[in-house]
Write a protein that binds this ligand. Sequence first.
Ligand code: AMP
Ligand code: ZN
Ligand code: ZN
Length: 417
Amino acid sequence: MRRLLSALVVVLAVLTGGRQLQGCASAEEALAEPEAERALVLVSVDGFRWDYLDRAPEGGALQWIAGGVRAERLVPVFPSKTFPNHYSLVTGLHPESHGIVGNTMRDPSRLEDGEPARFSLSNRQALVDGRWWGGEPIWVTAETQGVPTATVFWPGSEAEIGGVRPTTWLPYDGDMAYRDRVETALDWLDAGAGLATLYFEGVDTAGHRFGPDAPEVDRAIAEVDAALAALVEGLREIGRLDDTDLVVVSDHGMTPVSRDRVVVLDGAVDYDAVDVDWGEVVGLWPDETVDVDALVARVSALPHLTAMRKADVPARLHYSASDRIPPVVVLVDPGWTATSQGYLDRNPSRPSGGAHGFDPASSDMGALFIARGPRFREGVTTGPIHAVDVYGILAAALALDPAPTEGDPEAVERVLR
Ligand code: AMP
Ligand code: ZN
Ligand code: ZN
């Protein structure tokens, strides 16, 4: 194998105290034979809103891939956040079923030192803890059916799920250059991986910082486009372009937020008795002294907010059946921010830029689904595809026997040959 892989083995060995060295050494052997006769690369462009495709460079890789199958838009799961959506894309399950109900979570059914176990994007211990991750991600389906997999980042790929990890994987590193991510995936495909994932965060980052309409977002789109062009070119060089399907998705869109569109909760919520998960979806965890119906009524009386007990969340959002979902869920109108006066005082220029997490049915939360390759139809634009449909599409393209999903089986026929 190439220099890069050897370097990565060393890096991984350092990062994980040597544990992964064995994994990677055997991975090299596992990847060496037999060479998969078909492959699929699943790419996520975080925060790529469905209509950004019109802003992709003319004649570039995104437009070329969209010349295969292009869904009008991909409808995310609720909440339209990174971790719930990435994990729905690869499991075909809604968050209430796979357990990743937010980027930040607490699990009252599992105590650690007497407190509910906590999950967040920056908590590495939680990220690698399989107890958070339910369902069966596509790499587990593939591995258990003899197809080696390689992930250059994907939420969940660092945990052992059902006793299985990708043959090769990397701990998330937002500083890794796009070209190195692509080279790594190519190396692993060259060595026989049948499924590889790639992840790019720059479009989401620019959308948050500058808002979805900013020129910085166009630049971030162009950077992803260049990385995808390198991927296509690299596949051609290793002779795998003709048998590899490319599926490019995103997890959610982006909408502008502003200091002109804020709702302050202070008058409706007693913060001493109610623990608040702040965000585009607000979660309320009232203690036993709180009259919950009165709390729901007070918050719902505020403009641009709808509060409800989790059992009353509309069925289309599939956001009721998990201990990790807060007892009271507050839906915020897209583009609005629910917050506290203290936050506004401490952050005089916030909120600004862009945000997501809102109702998946809103146009600005719409995400991307494009695909091109031997198993996909060509020159086809389909109606909306839901995030939970993607697992079934991946499994069918890879000729795998899928685990049960909550996706629409007909989506497979709409996009595959
Ligand atoms: P969001 O604002 O919900 O779109 O979250 C995007 C952020 O999630 C990225 O900017 C990364 O910092 C973080 N992120 C994405 N993938 C991972 C991962 N596999 N592990 C840890 N953090 C991640
Ligand atoms: Zn995201
Ligand atoms: Zn984001």
